[in-house]
Design a protein around this ligand. Structure first.
Ligand code: ARG
Length: 389
C-alpha cells in the first residue's frame, strides 16, 4: 500500500528494503509483493547477527526493561532498520526515505529521529500518518487494491524481532480481559508446558552470555536457543500498561522468552560481582539508557556516554547463573563467579567467621548518629515535624 501511495502521490521511483531482525516473516513474499507493484529495486538485508551483537547485547548489559517490564524488543530494532535504509538510500542516490508508521505510536519517533540524524538531507515521508486511515479502513483499502493481508494481521497488530514479539490491537485493547491464547506464538501456555522443571545454566563473560548449559554459542544462536527453551516452558509472557512517548497509555502484550531469562540471569550475576555502590548507581544509568532506547534517541550522544559507563561496569560480570523454568515461572536457583564478592565465610551466622562483629557496634554508632540526634530533638518537641504531629 505504501508503494502504491508513493508512486501515485509523489510520482516516486520506489526502492524497497526489508531488514531481517528475526521477525520470522516471509521476506521473500514481501519482496515479490514489492516487485509486483513495480518497484525500481528491492533489497533484502539479513541483519540478525548485527542486531544480536550490537543492539541486544548492549541492552543485556544495561538490564534494559522499559517501565520495569518490557525488554524493548521492538524499539531496539528500529535504529538498525533506519541505518540500513540510509545505507541503501545513499548507495542508490535516493532523495527521500519512507516508513510505514502510524501517527500514534513510538516507531514514528524512532524512525524520524534516527533517519533525520543519519541522513539530514533526505525528505522523510510517513504515508500512513499522512493518509490518516483507520486500521479497518486500511485492511479494506488493501482488499480493493488486491493486496493480500494475512489473517493474523487482521486480528492483531504484530511486530517481532529475535528479542521478542509484540501483540497489539483487536481483543487486547480491552485491558481488563486476559489475552486470548491465540495471541501467543512463541510461548506454550503454562498449563500445557512440561510437567518437569527445566534447569538451564547461562555463562556470562564481560556482561554478555556466551554459553548455555556449557555449550558455547554465537550471540544470535544463543538467543534463538533460549527462545526455544523458555518458550517451551511458558516463560516470557508479559502483559502491561505502557506509556507511549506521545502520552497514550496502551495495553501491551509481549512474549520475550529469551530476553526474560537472560535479563534475569544477568541482573542476578551483577549483584554478585558488583559493590552495592555500583549496583545502586547503575540502576539509575540503566533506567536512563532504556528510556533513551525506547524513546528513539539511540543516536543521541548521551547514549554513547552511558554506554561508556556501562561497558566499563561489565568488566567483572563473568560467571554462571543457574535458572529453573517451570510452567511459566522463572527462578534463579544458583550462581557462581570468579569475581564474586559473596563470601560464605563472611555471610554465615556462625560466631567463628572472619567477620569481626565487634566492629559492628562502632559502625552502628556512627551510621545512626544523625538519626538519633534528630529523634532526640523530636522528643523534646523542638523539631517542626514533631510540632505538627
Ligand atoms: N509498544 C512497543 C514499542 O513501542 C511495541 C510496538 C509494537 N508494534 C506493533 N505493531 N505491535 O516498542
Amino acid at each position: 500500500m505504501l508503494i502504491k501511495y508513493l508512486q501515485e502521490k509523489y510520482n516516486a521511483q520506489v526502492i524497497t528494503v526489508t531488514v531481517d531482525v528475526g521477525q520470522q516473516e516471509d521476506l521473500k513474499a514481501a519482496e515479490e509483493k514489492a516487485k509486483k507493484l513495480g518497484v525500481l529495486k528491492h533489497f533484502s538485508i539479513d541483519a540478525k547477527d548485527e542486531f544480536a551483537k550490537d543492539y541486544i547485547f548492549p541492552a543485556i548489559k544495561a538490564n534494559a526493561l522499559y517501565e520495569g517490564k518490557y525488554p524493548i524488543s521492538t524499539s531496539l530494532s528500529r535504529p538498525l532498520i533506519a541505518a540500513k535504509m540510509v545505507e541503501v538510500a545513499e548507495k542508490e542516490g535516493a532523495t527521500g526515505l519512507a516508513h510505514g508508521c502510524t501517527g500514534r505510536g513510538n516507531d514514528q519517533v524512532r524512525f524520524d529521529v534516527t533517519l533525520g540524524s543519519l541522513a539530514p538531507e533526505m525528505k522523510i515521508i510517513a504515508p500512513v500518518r499522512e493518509w490518516g486511515m483507520t486500521r479497518d479502513e486500511e485492511i479494506a483499502y488493501a482488499k480493493t487494491k488486491g493486496i493480500p493481508v494475512s489473517d493474523a494481521a487482521k486480528k492483531y497488530s504484530i511486530d517481532a524481532s529475535v528479542w521478542g514479539r509484540a501483540i497489539e490491537c483487536g481483543l487486547l485493547e480491552d485491558a481488563s480481559q486476559a489475552p486470548p491464547e491465540d495471541a501467543y506464538e512463541w510461548t506454550t501456555s503454562p498449563e500445557k508446558a512440561p510437567n518437569t522443571p527445566e534447569i538451564v545454566t547461562i555463562q556470562f563473560e564481560v556482561g554478555v552470555p556466551i554459553a548455555v548449559n556449557g555449550k558455547s554459542m554465537e550471540p544470535l544462536a544463543l538467543i534463538e536457543e533460549m527462545n526455544k527453551i523458555a518458550g517451551k516452558n511458558g516463560v516470557g509472557r508479559i502483559d502491561h500498561i505502557e506509556d507511549r512517548l506521545v502520552g497514550i497509555k496502551s495495553r501491551e502484550v509481549y512474549e520475550c522468552p529469551a530476553a526474560t531469562v537472560i535479563l534475569e540471569a544477568h541482573k542476578d550475576l551483577e549483584k554478585m560481582v558488583m559493590t552495592r555502590h555500583e549496583v545502586l548507581f547503575k540502576q539509575q544509568i540503566d533506567a536512563q539508557w532504556v528510556f533513551l532506547a525506547y524513546a528513539g534517541l539511540w543516536v543521541d550522544p548521551l547514549k554513547d556516554d552511558l554506554d561508556a559507563f556501562i561497558n566499563k561496569s561489565q568488566e567483572n560480570v563473568c560467571g554462571e547463573v543457574k535458572l529453573k523454568l517451570y510452567k511459566g515461572s522463572l527462578q534463579v536457583i544458583g550462581r557462581s563467579s570468579p569475581m564474586s564478592l559473596y563470601d560464605k565465610n563472611l555471610a554465615n551466622y556462625n560466631i567463628k567467621t572472619t567477620f569481626n562483629q565487634s566492629y559492628s557496634k562502632g559502625f552502628i554508632e556512627l551510621w545512626g548518629l544523625q538519626t538519633r540526634m534528630y529523634n532526640a530533638l523530636k522528643k523534646k518537641g523542638k523539631k517542626g515535624k514533631a510540632k505538627k504531629a
